[in-house]
Design a protein around this ligand. Structure first.
Ligand SMILES: Nc1ncnc2c1ncn2[C@@H]1O[C@H](COP(=O)(O)OP(=O)(O)OP(=O)(O)O)[C@@H](O)[C@H]1O
Length: 251
C-alpha cells in the first residue's frame, strides 16, 4: 500500500500540489485523472522520487520514501510522460542500461526482451537508434524498459499516448496481467473510457487538490446510468464542488 500524507509541491510561486492525502492499494490498477495542469505528473514524479515534495510524506508499505529511496526505487518500473529520452542509444542499449541498473540476470533479461519486443513488434528495430523512432515506437521502448525488472509497482504517466490501437490493447492487457499477479499499476490518463475500463480505484485531481479518491465501481453505482466521462466532467465543474467535498470527506 502506498500512502500520501499532506503532500505539497511548489514550483516557485506555483502551488502544483496543495496537500494531497490519499491511499493507493496494492494489487489494483489505480488511475490519476485530471485536466491539464491538475498535478498528475507532479504526483507521479513524487512517487518515483524524480521530484521531491516541498512538504508531506509518502509511505510505501509503511516505509517513508525520504528514508528508503533507493530500496523503494528498485521496486518501481516507471514510464515517464515523454518517451524522448536516451535518444542517442539503440533500443537494445537502453534496455541493457536498465537491466544493469536493476542487476538483472543475463538470461532473464534476454528472455524478457525477447517476449516484450515481440509482443510490441519492435524486435526487428531493436538495434536502431531511438532517435530514428516514431513517438509510438519510443513509447514502446520505454514501456519495455519499465517492465524488464518485473517490478512490484508499475507507474506510467499517460502511457497510451501515441500508441497504435494494437500496442494500446497489448499494454492494457499487460497492465491487467500485472495486477493479476498481485502487483500494483498506477497510471495517469486523459482517456476516460480507458480509466473506466481498466481502473479499480481512482484519484481525481483539480488544480492540485483531490476531489475524489475511491473505487470506480462505487462512483458508477452512485451515478446510475452515467459513464465515468459524464461523472468526471460534472465533478470537475465548479457547480458540483460542494457535493464533491462531501464525498472526499466520506473517504
Ligand atoms: N518544472 C516545473 N516548473 C514550474 N511549474 C511546473 C513544473 N512542472 C509542473 N509545473 C506546474 O505545476 C502544475 C501541475 O503540473 P503537472 O505537470 O503535474 O500537471 P498534469 O496534471 O500532469 O498536466 P497534463 O495533463 O497537462 O500533463 C502546472 O500548473 C504546471 O505548469
Amino acid at each position: 500500500m502506498i500512502v500520501l500524507e499532506n503532500v505539497k509541491k511548489r514550483y516557485g510561486t506555483k502551488e502544483a500540489l496543495k496537500g494531497l492525502s490519499l491511499t493507493i492499494p496494492e494489487g489494483k490498477i489505480f488511475g490519476f485523472l485530471g485536466h491539464n495542469g491538475a498535478g498528475k505528473s507532479t504526483t507521479i514524479k513524487s512517487l518515483v522520487s524524480i521530484t521531491m515534495p516541498t512538504s508531506g510524506d509518502i509511505y510505501f508499505d509503511g516505509k517513508n520514501l525520504k528514508e528508503h529511496r533507493l530500496e523503494i526505487k528498485k521496486r518501481i518500473g516507471y514510464v515517464p510522460d515523454t518517451p524522448n529520452i536516451f535518444l542517442q542509444l539503440t533500443a537494445m542499449e537502453y534496455w541493457n542500461l536498465i537491466a544493469a541498473a536493476f542487476d538483472l540476470e543475463e538470461t532473464e533479461k534476454d528472455k524478457q526482451i525477447q517476449v516484450l519486443a515481440n509482443l510490441f513488434e519492435i524486435n526487428a528495430q531493436k538495434h536502431n537508434q531511438i532517435d530514428s523512432f516514431s513517438h509510438g515506437m519510443r513509447q514502446k521502448v520505454i514501456v519495455i524498459g519499465a517492465l524488464l525488472s518485473n517490478p512490484d509497482i508499475w507507474i506510467l504517466d499517460e502511457p497510451l499516448q501515441g500508441l497504435d490501437p494494437q500496442a494500446a490493447y497489448d499494454l492494457k492487457h499487460l497492465m491487467k496481467q500485472h495486477v493479476e499477479q498481485g502487483k500494483t499499476v498506477i497510471f495517469s490518463t486523459h482517456i476516460l473510457d480507458t480509466a473506466e475500463q481498466l481502473c479499480d480505484e481512482l484519484a481525481i485531481l483539480k488544480q492540485g487538490e483531490l476531489i475524489y479518491n475511491g473505487s470506480v465501481s462505487e462512483l458508477l453505482e452512485k451515478h446510475p446510468g452515467q459513464s465515468l466521462e459524464t461523472i468526471y466532467l460534472s465533478m470537475i465543474g465548479s457547480k458540483q464542488e460542494e457535493e464533491i467535498g462531501g464525498r472526499v470527506d466520506e473517504q
